[in-house]
Design a protein around this ligand. Structure first.
Ligand SMILES: C[S@@+](CC[C@H](N)C(=O)[O-])C[C@H]1O[C@@H](n2cnc3c(N)ncnc32)[C@H](O)[C@@H]1O
Length: 207
C-alpha cells in the first residue's frame, strides 16, 4: 500500500488515532512559537483532518489547508462545515497549490517524515511565505522504530535536529531554532511487542 492509500484508508479514524499518538500541547507550542496574530493568513501543510487548522481558526486566522489525500480533506470539510475561514486545496509537497509569498505563517505537523525529500518540501513551504513570514514544523526526533515504517507508512525515521536546522537555513530562513516541543509521540506496534515513545521537536524560522 502506498503512503497516499494509507492516509485515504485511515482518514475516518485519524482523529482517534492522532489522540493516541500525541496531544493538543504540540499544537499549542507550535502556535505560540509562531506568535500567531488574529486576521493573518496561514497555511497548514499535510493538514490531515485539520489538527493545526482548528487551533488557527480558533485564534481568528484564515487558513489554507493542503493535503494530497482527498479522504483526509473530506473528513476535515465535514468537521468544519460551518467555518468559512478555511480554503481546502489538494496538493503535493513538491508543488504546493499556493502562489509565492502568499501567507504569513506555514505550519506542518507530523508531515515532514512522510515526504520524499524534506529539503525540497521545506523550500516549497518557504516559497509561499511572505517576507517576514514564519515557518513552524513539528515532527519526530530521530528514532529506531522500524514498525512505524511498515505499519504507519513513515518514510523517515524522524530527524536529527542539526539536519533540520541546516535545511531551514539552506532554504533561506533566519532566526532558526530547533528545540524540544515538550511532548512525545507514542505508538504501540500491532502485535503489541513494541512500544515507541519518541520526543517531538519544534523548528521555526523567519523568511
Ligand atoms: C501523520 S498525518 C498528519 C496530519 C495532521 N497534520 C495532524 O497533525 O493530524 C500526515 C499527513 O500528510 C499528508 N501527506 C503525506 N505526504 C504528503 C505529500 N507528499 N504531499 C501532501 N500531503 C502529504 C498525508 O495525507 C496526511 O494527511
Amino acid at each position: 500500500m502506498s503512503n497516499e492509500d494509507y492516509f485515504d484508508q485511515v482518514a475516518r479514524q485519524w482523529d482517534e488515532m492522532r489522540k493516541s499518538f500525541f496531544s493538543e500541547a504540540v499544537r499549542d507550542r507550535a502556535l505560540s512559537i509562531a506568535g500567531v496574530e488574529k486576521g493573518r493568513i496561514a497555511a497548514d501543510i499535510g493538514a490531515g483532518t485539520g489538527f493545526i487548522t482548528e487551533g488557527l481558526v480558533r485564534k481568528g486566522l484564515q487558513v489554507i489547508a493542503v493535503d494530497r489525500s482527498e479522504a483526509m480533506l473530506a473528513e476535515m470539510k465535514k468537521k468544519f462545515e460551518l467555518s468559512d475561514e478555511i480554503d481546502y486545496r489538494k496538493g503535493d509537497a513538491e508543488k504546493l497549490p499556493i502562489p509565492d509569498g502568499a501567507v504569513d505563517y506555514v505550519f506542518a505537523n507530523m508531515y515532514l517524515h512522510h515526504v520524499e525529500s524534506p529539503l525540497k518540501a521545506i523550500r516549497e513551504m518557504v516559497r509561499i511565505l511572505k517576507p517576514g513570514g514564519k515557518l513552524v514544523v513539528t515532527d519526530l526526533d530521530e528514532h529506531a522504530f522500524e514498525f512505524l515504517r511498515d505499519e504507519h507508512h513513515d518514510r523517515w525515521m524522524g530527524f536529527r535536529r542539526e539536519d533540520i536546522e541546516r535545511w531551514f537555513k539552506e532554504a533561506g530562513l533566519r532566526n532558526v531554532s530547533v528545540e524540544c516541543a515538550g511532548e512525545d509521540c507514542c505508538a504501540q506496534s500491532s502485535c503489541g511487542d513494541e512500544y515507541a515513545r519518541i520526543s517531538i521537536f519544534v523548528a521555526s524560522g523567519e523568511k
